[in-house]
Design a protein around this ligand. Structure first.
Ligand SMILES: [Zn+2]
Length: 68
C-alpha cells in the first residue's frame, strides 16, 4: 500500500498496487485513480475530485487545476 497526492485537492490518497492489494481494493481503501484526460494529460485524482469534474463535456487539465 502506498499513497500519492491528489492533483486536484493535494490530499494524500492511498492507492492499491499490484495483485497483493486486490482485497484492499475490493474493500474500497483505494482512494483515487489515474485519469487520462481528453487533452492527453494524466492526473491522479481522489474520488471526491472525480465527482466534482464536469460530466457534460470533456475534462481538461484546466478543470483539474480548478479543483484546488
Ligand atoms: Zn482530490
Amino acid at each position: 500500500m502506498s499513497s500519492e497526492p491528489c492533483d486536484g485537492c493535494g490530499r494524500r490518497v492511498r492507492i492499491a498496487g499490484g495483485i497483493g492489494d486486490f482485497w484492499s481494493f475490493a474493500e474500497g481503501s483505494t482512494g483515487g485513480i489515474d485519469l487520462e484526460l481528453a487533452d492527453g494529460s494524466r492526473h491522479f485524482l481522489c474520488f471526491d475530485c472525480l465527482e466534482r469534474l464536469p460530466d457534460d463535456r470533456e475534462v481538461t487539465a484546466a478543470d483539474v487545476r480548478r479543483l484546488g
